[in-house]
Design a protein around this ligand. Structure first.
Ligand SMILES: [Zn+2]
Length: 421
């Protein structure tokens, strides 16, 4: 199918040359010499915003920083003020980060506009690029300060929260040149945005196993987190017979295996116990107390709720059988987000245009797209990363896959741009 401004080999080449060089340049902006750390509202965030602004201007965009520090660019449509197709990702990183988590989505978006601008292609819709201020939440243990600001769901209750150096979020924003009283001005109206598209590294091993460079994302998983405390009876390891024990740690062990089997029984579900403690914690004492964490996610909210209900029933049965008591503290529950089916279809059609095999995956990790889903349709593209490793200096992608992700975004935008809003 041929639309206005289809991809030629030349266009693909222009994405390729810029994107890896620019990701390297972006990764040089770090708070910690020797490895990449870029938290929100730091001088390094300022430098990253400035560099992105320079690239966006060069790509033909009008540029501004919004009221929560997102660096924004707009490539006007045929009619000024038309709703925008919003593209983007985040510029903040975790501590000891990789170069591609967030940066790849920002650079793909900029290169997409650059390609349209170089060919003089404009659509009825404007194209906007958002370089979000905070997705990782490292500095303030926050969730999506940047994209939630844009979606109008910024939690102002966080403003008094201090970082590890005692600087509150309000102070950090003020030092960055923002006015915390004006946070609401970052909020966009749903009718200003047609949809949101984000390119992101997969952060998982599936694309690599499937031998595919890119795919469409169907959903972002919802999650439950809980802490389970098990109380049994401490006793002498040598004198209490096995039949008379109320061992909190063996009961916890059986519960942990129940987490694993509950996740395995349900489609696109994952369950993890990442923390466990036992006390009193001596080699010759039967543990009287154990505590473990549960992180349970599923692409479908109904599946997740059912699986968690089954899990609690299994925990209770294990506790009764072993004569221990349980206390379950549900610390976190968040619904998942479904990508708009029309956008998933458009991304798959774009994959087919490019001669690629259509494939779709849910995301187990959270992304800015989850915040944007509050105000607009969202679609996401995953790009293969080496062994699924992320949040690590070992995070790695190939130049070919970076080009494939940016090209797929471009092709998706071309398809949307040539269909009516
Ligand atoms: Zn990310």
């Amino acid at each position: 199918m041929s639309d206005a401004g289809g991809c030629s080999v030349t266009d693909i080449g222009s994405i390729s040359l810029d994107i890896m060089d620019r990701l390297d340049r972006l990764a040089e902006i770090t708070e910690t010499p020797g490895y990449l750390t870029r938290r929100c509202y730091t001088p390094e965030h300022r430098a990253a915003n400035d560099l992105a602004a320079e690239w966006m201007r060069a790509a033909g965009m009008e540029v501004w920083q919004d009221a929560v520090g997102n660096m924004m660019g707009r490539y006007e449509g045929k009619t000024p003020g038309a709703p925008a197709i919003l593209l983007g990702s985040h510029l903040d990183t975790v501590i000891r980060a990789g170069k591609y988590d967030g940066g790849l989505g920002v650079l793909s978006a900029i290169d997409c506009v650059k390609s349209l601008n170089e060919r003089g292609v404009r659509y009825d819709n404007a194209i906007e690029v958002a370089c979000f201020a905070d997705e990782e939440g490292v500095r303030y243990q926050s969730t999506f300060l940047g994209s939630r600001g844009l979606a109008g769901t910024f939690d102002t209750g966080l403003l008094d929260r201090p970082d590890k150096d005692g600087i509150t979020l309000a102070q950090a924003m003020t030092e960055f040149g923002l006015d915390p009283a004006k946070i609401g001005e970052a909020a966009r109206k749903p009718d200003e945005i047609r949809c949101y598209l984000e390119v992101h590294i997969e952060q998982g091993p599936v694309l690599e196993a499937e031998d595919l460079s890119t795919c469409a994302v169907t959903a972002i998983a919802g999650a439950n987190r809980m802490t389970v405390s098990v109380t049994g009876d401490a006793g002498h390891a040598g004198t209490v017979p096995m039949s008379a024990r109320q061992d909190a740690l063996t009961a916890a062990s059986e519960c942990i295996l129940a987490v694993e089997s509950a996740a395995a029984r349900h489609e696109h579900a994952v369950g993890t116990v990442g923390q466990i403690t036992a006390s009193p914690g001596a080699t010759n004492v039967i543990p009287g107390q154990a505590e473990f964490s549960v992180d349970f996610r599923a692409a479908d909210d109904a599946v997740r709720r059912q699986a968690v209900d089954e899990l609690i029933t299994a925990f209770d049965a294990i506790a009764e059988k072993r004569g221990v008591t349980l206390k379950i503290d549900h610390s976190h529950a968040a619904n998942g987000m479904t990508c708009a089916p029309e956008l998933v279809d458009t991304i798959e059609a774009a994959l087919t245009d490019l001669g690629q095999h259509p494939f779709r995956l849910p995301s187990g990790a959270g992304h800015d797209a989850a915040a944007l889903a509050e105000i607009t349709d969202v679609g996401m593209i995953f790009v293969r990363c080496d062994r699924g490793i992320s949040h690590s200096p070992e995070e790695s992608i190939t130049a070919e896959d970076a080009i494939a992700g940016a090209t797929l975004l471009l092709r998706t935008v071309e398809r949307l741009g040539t269909t009516n809003t």
